[in-house]
Structure formats: structure tokens, C-alpha cells
Write a protein of this length. Structure first.
Length: 345
């Protein structure tokens, strides 16, 4: 009975006090209690190692006439991270892969009559493409008519096997993250930094130097869809998996990521047939009081789709890299997964 009474009492928050269930206590060691704040775990090294294991010496065809196989993963570009927030985890990956292959056709004497080698290029292994939409290009070095059957075997038999290996990698990644194993999978951890509530705290001294953040994306829907999505409370909550309050009025205030980001609408221009513009007075709650940056999001029509350009001025230099990555991994990459699109260089 007493235990139940204590539980009920703990569940009650006084009207004039903050509910402590929603407060993360500062810790001297800077640990992130219960994954309350955004934590990024880098699994790029683990991913490259696992993909090399899955793709090394992958047999495409082997019989009495010869063989064709994928030799190895030659190059991997991109990042694999796990974003954690309020005990929810999201693996994010966008990779470019280059594989090598080789094959031989044997003569009656058992010796190689034809030898061929080449590459398999995968420009985009990501959440949007890993299933059946993953594009692959098969190339043959010094291609000749004699080598072409080996290349064709890679294209018709090898490509599905490579796709299967990549799908297995994605499945293992998601299953491991679901079991909470990402910490042991990460080969290196970022250096510890001074934090409060597991978020970066920018001092007044660090705040003096500011920089600019520029982000460019292309989205499949037209500008008015993006404009509405970025100002809609429910859509922002869904994309960020956290609490948000958005205003659609100039001068109205907004907050995202359960109050970690806050600001005011400076300018709102709906789509006029050419472009739409959103301009925010924007800050992290951990920035020194009174310091804001200015965010301008331009949504330009591109034959019925949208080029998004974000320019953010006045970002504390110590926060610039973190802020730029956050726009991508915590907002626009998720919007891209929902609506379709790509990152622009």
C-alpha cells in the first residue's frame, strides 16, 4: 500500500513547480540520463568492417568453365550514426560503395583463357534505397567481347547477391541498435566535453566568435508542401520524435526538440509560384541569454519539386559544426525520408 502511495505521489507534480519526471539532472560526468537528449553514436568504422566481411570473396558463379566473384569492398564514403532521443533510437546511414570483381573462363587445358576484372559502383546505400531501389553500375576494365559474358554474369547474378549482402548489413544494424548494442559497436567515442543536461553549453567568451551555416537539399514535393511541413506542429513533432510548438504567424514563437531550440518567426512568405521563404530568430536554449542567430530558409520551385537552401548567421563558432549536422541528421534527412529527395552539395 505504501509503495502504491509513494508511486502516486511521485506521479503528481505541483502546479507551481516543474514536474521532475521531465527534468534531467546535471551530472558531473556529463552522462546522458536515459537517452533524454540527442546523442550521436558513430558506427561508421563498424559498418565498413561488417560490409567488408559480407562482401569479401562473394561468389557470383563457379563451375567447370570458370568463376566470377566479388573480390572486396574497395572504398566506402559516408557516415553511419545512431541518433538517440528520449529512449528512441534512429540509425542513419548514407553510403557510397565501390567494389571490385574478377572472373576467369577456363580452356580445355584448365588454364585461364579469358580474365576480366572491374568495379561495381553503388552511389547511394541509404534507408530510401537499400531495399529494391539500390542503383548499381557494373564496369569492366578494358572491356572486350570475350570479357563481356563475365561482366554480364556480375550484372545479372552478382548484383542481386550484392544487394542481399547490403540488406543483411542494414538488418544487422537495425537489430543491433534495437538491442542497445551500438555502444559496444562504436570503435571510438568522441572526447568528453563540459555539458549541462548532456547538451553543449556555450560560454559568453565562446559566443563572441560567430559563423555561418549553409545547408542545401532537394525535395520531390513542391515548395508549398515543404513550407506547410516546416510550420506545422504535428509534422515537426513527427519528424523530430520530440515535443514541438510551431506558429504560422509573423512574430509568433516556436520551440522544437522539447525546448532545446526556441525562436520567433521574423518573416513568412507563402509560395508565390516561384518560391517561399521562412525566416526565424533562432537559438539553442543553452546559448547565453539574449543571443540569437538568424535562419533564412528559401524554398525554390524546380519543375514542381523544391530546392531548399538554409542560411544561418550568427552561430557561435564553437557550435557551428554541431548546428550544421543537426539540421541534416535531425530534421532534413528525416524530411527527405518521408517526402523523398537528396542532399545537394
Amino acid at each position: 500500500v505504501r509503495a502504491c502511495e509513494r508511486a502516486r505521489a511521485a506521479a503528481m507534480a505541483k502546479r507551481d513547480e516543474a514536474d521532475e519526471r521531465w527534468i534531467v539532472k546535471d551530472r558531473e560526468d556529463g552522462r546522458n540520463c536515459n537517452n533524454w537528449h540527442w546523442v550521436e553514436t558513430n558506427l561508421t568504422n563498424w559498418s565498413e568492417k561488417r560490409l567488408k566481411e559480407l562482401l569479401k570473396d562473394l561468389v557470383v558463379r563457379e563451375d567447370a568453365r570458370g568463376f566470377v566473384k566479388v573480390v572486396e569492398l574497395e572504398k566506402m564514403k559516408g557516415d553511419v550514426t545512431v541518433q538517440s532521443r528520449k529512449q528512441k533510437k534512429f540509425p542513419l546511414y548514407e553510403l557510397e560503395l565501390v567494389l571490385t570483381w574478377k572472373g576467369e573462363v577456363w580452356g580445355d587445358d584448365g588454364k585461364a583463357a579469358v580474365e576480366a576484372s572491374g568495379k561495381i559502383k553503388i552511389p547511394d546505400l541509404s534507408e530510401e534505397t537499400y531495399d529494391d531501389d539500390m542503383e548499381m553500375t557494373v564496369l569492366c576494365d578494358d572491356e572486350t567481347g570475350a570479357k563481356r559474358p563475365l561482366k554480364e554474369a556480375v550484372r545479372t547474378i552478382g548484383v542481386p547477391k550484392v544487394r542481399g549482402a547490403c540488406q543483411r548489413f542494414v538488418k544487422e544494424l537495425k537489430e543491433s541498435v534495437g538491442k542497445g548494442a551500438e555502444a559496444s559497436m562504436a570503435s571510438a567515442k568522441p572526447p568528453a566535453e563540459k555539458r549541462a543536461n548532456a547538451q553543449y553549453v556555450v560560454s559568453a567568451e565562446e559566443n563572441k566568435k560567430t559563423g555561418k551555416v549553409v545547408v542545401n537539399y532537394h525535395f520531390n514535393p513542391p515548395p508549398h508542401v515543404l513550407y506547410e511541413s516546416l510550420l506545422d506542429t504535428d509534422r515537426i513533432r513527427g519528424m523530430t520524435a520530440s515535443d514541438a510548438t510551431m506558429s504560422k504567424e509573423v512574430g509568433g514563437s516556436f520551440s522544437m526538440f522539447s525546448g532545446a531550440v526556441e525562436g520567433t518567426n521574423i518573416e513568412l512568405k507563402p509560395f508565390d509560384g516561384t518560391k517561399a521563404v521562412i525566416k526565424w530568430k533562432w537559438r539553442f536554449s543553452t546559448w547565453p541569454p539574449g543571443h540569437h542567430s538568424t535562419v533564412t530558409i528559401t524554398l525554390e520551385d524546380k519543375d514542381g519539386s523544391t530546392d531548399l537552401k538554409l542560411v544561418q548567421l550568427g552561430v557561435p563558432e564553437a557550435e557551428r559544426e554541431r548546428t550544421e549536422k543537426g539540421w541534416g541528421s535531425l530534421l532534413f534527412d528525416r524530411l527527405k525520408a518521408m517526402l523523398g529527395g537528396r542532399l545537394l552539395s
